[in-house]
Write a protein that binds this ligand. Sequence first.
Ligand SMILES: N[C@@H](CCC(=O)N[C@@H](CS)C(=O)NCC(=O)O)C(=O)O
Length: 302
Amino acid sequence: MADIILHHYDASPFSEKVRLMLGIKGLAWRSVIQPVIMPKPDLIPLTGGYRRIPVMQIGADVYCDSQVILAELERRYPNPPVVRGADWAVNLWADRLWFQASVAVIFAEMGDAVPKDFIADREKLSGRPFDVNAMKAAAPFMRAQWRAYAAWLEDGLAAGDFLGGATPSLSDVAAWMNIWWAGGAVPKVSEGLLAGFDRTAAWRDRLRAIGHGRRSEMTPGEAVQVAINSAPSDDCPGDPNDPSGLTAGDPVVVQADDYGRDPVEGVLVAATRNRVTLARECGELDVVHVHFPRAGYVLARR
Ligand SMILES: N[C@@H](CCC(=O)N[C@@H](CS)C(=O)NCC(=O)O)C(=O)O
């Protein structure tokens, strides 16, 4: 099987979910470090416009968003099993509600030290002002939200070493992102918000000990060459009951429904219950298949 290539950067919390999943599965993977802000000249040709991180690439298949990345890793490498129960719903909560609380808590603390070009980039990404004073004003409320979310984790760990029982599950991976990010970026604040949460502290040590699998570096240019020299894999059939009414071959556009809404255009390969796949012909790259989650993304005819 072709190499797993993860386009990421070390400080990226959403990438940390994928790195932990690679650790749980014990996989070897290639690490491609992408820029923290635009431009991303060796990423955009692969995705067709999607700029967020992480992106996973396997040959000429490109997976945008940690949700579809984690699902594809589970599909290709089912052992040990990681996804169970209502894990995907927990994942979206940790990605959205908890992550937004983390953003406010972290940038209220360190926002004044953030470089201007980063702020300008993130304002463009979100379409809203990156207002550190507003984050500071909201911080007391957001810290309370953050601790309430962490308390669910603490309570969820009463029955076992991990949220899904005796072995790590996707819920652990999803929750880990927020604990990992706050712990690294604002350690004192995080310590206060987790005060008394002893099970969470022990769980954090257990997850940290899992590591990231076997990582080796690759340059962004090499990754583009891999896509040029590969053909996309076969995809599963579309959902015949899909409410969009779209069928394979239709010209479509996909975009995120939260932030980083850059539209990606292509030809529909398949729309399943939880994934949409587009074929894109892109100069030298010939055909790549770009995969997005359904939950959290808008799919429309062009
Ligand atoms: N829903 C996306 C969110 C990804 C996301 O927000 N990533 C951050 C980095 S952790 C990002 O792309 N920031 C802008 C950038 O890096 O250019 C996912 O699950 O992958």
